[in-house]
Each structure stands twice: as C-alpha cells, then as structure tokens.
Unconditional design. Structure first.
Length: 389
C-alpha cells in the first residue's frame, strides 16, 4: 500500500515540471514582436533627428556668443576747478536733460576775483580814454602851430623878396650916384644919401632873412613838440598791452566761474555720484557719471575659430537676460583688430616653456535696435549672428 506522503511528493513534482516546461510560441506571434521593436526604434530615431535638426541648422547658420554685454558712452564728469561743493541735485537713476544742473561749487571767492579784475579793466579803460583825448588835443594844437609856423615862413620869405628888391634898387642908385659924382654931375650929399639908402636896404634884407630863419625855427619847435605824440602813443600801446593781459585774466576768471556750475552736456541717466554737498574737491575730482540711454551697443567676444565666419553688416538676434522671452535685432558694425589677450594690462609670458593652447577671443561691436526698451550698460546678453549671407 502506497503511503500518502509519497503520493503528495509525486504530485508536487509533476506540478513543478509543468511550470518549467518551455512555452512554444507560434511564428506569427514572433513576427509581430519584431515589427513592434522596429517601430519603437524608428520612432526614437525620428524624435532624436527632429530634436537635433534645429541644433545642427543653428550650428551651421549662426554663431552663438554668450560673452557679451550692453555698452554705452558712460561719461565721467570731473571738477575743472577747486572749491567746496554747494549742491548736487541729482542721484543715481535720475534722468537729466541737456544743461540741467548736476553739481555746483562755491562761487564766492571766484566772483570776488572777477570783480577785482573788472575794476582794474575799467581803470585801464579810463586811462586809455584820457591818453587818447590828450593825443587828439595835442594833435590839433600841433596842427594849428604848424600851420602858423608855415604861414610865418611864407610871410618872412615874401618880406625877404621885397627887401631884396629894395636892396637891388638901392644898390643900383648908389652905383649911379658914384658915377655921377665922379663926373661931378651930382653932389656929395646925393652920394651919401644913396649910400645910406643902400645900407638901410641891406639891413632890411638881413632882417627879412633872419625872420625867415626865425619862422623856420618855430616850425622846428613845432615838429619837436610833435614827438610828444610818439610818447603818448607809446603810453597808449603800453596800456593796451596791459589791458590785453587784464582781458586774458578776466577770461580765465570767467571760465573758472563758469566751471563752478557743472551741467549735463546731453540727455542721459545718472549712473553714479562720487561726492556729497560740503566736500572740498580739487581740479580733476570725479563728480558723477552718466550716459545717453538711446546710444547703446553690444560689445561681444568671439572665438577665433568662428571669427572668420562673421563680417561687417551681418545680422544678429539678441536676447537680454534682464528681459527673458524678448528678442532684439542687431547688426555687426565693428570687428576688433587684436585678441583680447593682447589688450590685457598684465601680459602672460611663458618663460618655463610649457604651453597649453587656449582658444582666443576677438571683440566685435553689434548695433542693437532697443525697440524703446531702456537697456543699461553692463547688462549680459546673448548674441546669435547670422552667417549665411
């Protein structure tokens, strides 16, 4: 008689054998499984190609630059004179218009110096007016005296001509009287009278000649007095030179006074202020910095391996980190002539001989259409330059 435990053991063995018995599939089911696997692999490949295609196209048609920043002409305003700051009506972020006050420096001492120079200039002008009036008066007096002297010379010469005629007549009568006296035709008294008349005429001629010399001496005195005009002209020239120096001093004082009012030269935004009211500043001390918000561009550094693909006029798309989701248009307007490493303040020599080749970067400048957006200098941007054209 078979025991019950043997019967149970045999049943368990038979059940295990049925579990491990290989399942045999039909050929149709194996074919369907193979095609399903191929479809999944094809779908995966298609998705990968679909996702990679834009990246490949972008790599072939654009140059991506992430080392780029917004740049602008940030102007530093410095003091051109020394003094104490009396006003700074602006602060960081303020919008200023052209000629708006940015800072004011104490004007009291400079104004006093300018007033002193103006007083000196007025005194010099008064002296010049006096000398010029004296010159005009002296010139008129000399002209009148010269005319009188010349008239005296003319009168003396005419008188001398008349005395010469009288002398000639007296000499002729005297000679005739001598001949008549020798012939005993006339008396000795007549001869004496003729001689006396000749002597008188001779003296009158000498007196007339002396009058001419006297008149000429008077003219010479007038001409000598005319040298006073030269003296006055020298004094006037000296005062004019002094006045020119005073005018230059006045201009310097006016420039110094004008420099104590520091105004904006163009419309812009204040980026920083460096002094406070009450501080004493010297010439060259920085006061503030500001820039024109409409005059901005992008300075980007391009890998040397991609620099040759870019040229002037290449179009670009720009994204600004501060404005996610927006794209700005741009154009390449400048390309650097040297790598940024050549412009470094601290060179990197290689005395050891060890060399590691590092891809260099060259700067480019990109014009950006801000589209009315206020872009600040220093903002990080990413540039996508189109290199298909």
């Amino acid at each position: 008689m078979v025991r019950m435990d043997e019967i149970k053991t045999g049943a368990a063995i038979s059940e295990d054998a049925s579990v491990y018995e290989p399942v045999r599939h039909s050929p149709a089911r194996r074919s369907r499984t193979r095609w399903a696997r191929l479809a999944v692999i094809s779908a995966v490949i298609a998705v990968a190609v679909w996702l990679a295609t834009p990246w490949v196209i972008a790599r072939l048609t654009t140059v991506h630059i992430n080392d780029a920043r917004i740049a602008a002409r940030v102007v530093t305003i410095s003091s051109e004179t020394a003094g104490r700051v009396t006003a700074i009506p602006v602060m960081v972020g303020d919008v200023v218009n052209k000629d708006d006050l940015i800072a004011a420096i104490d004007r009291e001492s400079s104004q006093t110096q300018l007033d002193a120079v103006l007083s000196k200039l007025a005194a010099t002008d008064a002296q010049l007016s006096e000398l010029q009036a004296r010159k005009v008066l002296l010139d008129k007096q000399l002209s009148a005296r010269r005319d009188a002297a010349q008239a005296g010379i003319a009168a003396a010469e005419a008188n001398h001509e008349a005395s010469l005629a009288v002398l000639t007549n007296a000499r002729t009568r005297h000679q005739r009287a001598i001949k008549l006296a020798q012939q005993n035709i006339t008396s000795q008294q007549t001869l004496d009278e003729a001689r006396a008349a000749l002597d008188t005429a001779s003296q009158q001629e000498r007196a007339a000649f002396a009058a001419i010399e006297n008149a000429r001496a008077s003219l010479a005195i007038v001409e000598a007095d005319a040298e006073q005009l030269n003296v006055l002209e020298s004094q006037i020239a000296s005062l004019l030179a002094e006045r020119s120096g005073t005018e230059a001093d006045r201009s310097l004082k006016e420039i110094d006074l004008a420099h104590r009012t520091i105004s904006a030269r163009f419309d812009g935004i204040v980026d920083a202020t460096f002094v406070d009211v009450g501080e004493y500043v010297a010439s060259g001390t920085r006061i503030a910095m500001y820039h024109a918000p409409d005059d901005v561009w992008i300075d980007a550094n391009v890998k040397e391996t991609e620099f040759g693909r870019i040229h002037l006029g290449s179009r670009a798309s720009i994204t600004v980190d501060a404005f996610p989701g927006r794209t700005f248009d741009g154009e390449v307007i400048g390309m650097g002539g040297a790598a940024t490493s050549q412009l470094a303040l601290l060179p990197s020599p290689n005395p050891s001989g060890n060399f590691t080749k590092v891809t260099q970067r060259l700067p480019i400048r990109v014009e950006i259409d801000t589209d009315g957006t206020m872009l600040r200098p220093g903002m990080m941007v990413e540039v996508y330059v189109d290199v298909t054209d």
